[in-house]
Write a protein that binds this ligand. Structure first.
Ligand SMILES: [Mg+2]
Length: 173
């Protein structure tokens, strides 16, 4: 997918006013929340309903350092919790069944089963499966639309800043 098309999709994200908009955009879902003027995603909805706001996150990436980095970041946040990790798509699907996350951060390129097919299988698990947010880079943008058609809620760029990743998790509808 051409970079220009991707920039159009990402236009309107909060980080677009900051430096390096082409690599620091957070999430399409965050932009959608802002346009719709709804409370910020899962967290906002639970606050409004008077429910506990802890968001359960599954981290699926075949790179151990990526998983560890995201876990360390998330664990600094009182309202977010890592409930599982997966190093490939097959493990991600079974982890969703086991740990019942709210949000799956799903790498696209993983061995055994890629993130897009894993997202498709997670969507088929039941009436209320976890929300899948793809982790991607610009060089694999052609996968983004495949991911969305597979049922992914949105995507986050691996080049995002830490606060943008956290914002994207909380803004997941
Ligand atoms: Mg990978």
């Amino acid at each position: 997918m051409p970079v220009m098309a991707c920039q159009r999709i990402l236009a309107g994200c909060p980080a677009s006013q900051s430096q390096k908009p082409e690599t620091s955009m957070p999430a399409v879902i965050a932009a959608a929340c802002r346009r719709a003027r709804v409370p910020a995603g899962i967290r906002g909805a639970r606050l409004a309903a008077g429910e506990p706001v802890t968001i359960r996150v599954l981290v699926a990436d075949d790179q151990a350092l990526v998983r560890a980095g995201i876990r360390m970041l998330i664990e600094t946040q009182p309202d977010l919790e890592v409930v599982g990790e997966a190093a490939d798509g097959m493990a991600a699907v079974s982890e969703v069944t086991r740990s019942r996350p709210d949000v799956v951060l799903m790498d696209v390129r993983m061995p055994r089963l890629d993130g897009i097919e894993a997202a498709r299988q997670i969507m088929a698990l039941g009436p209320d499966p976890a929300k899948v947010v793809m982790l991607t880079t610009f060089d694999v943008d052609e996968y983004v639309f495949d991911a969305l058609s597979a049922g992914a809620t949105g995507f986050l760029l691996k080049q995002a800043r830490p606060e943008e990743l956290l914002f994207g998790i909380r803004a997941t509808p």
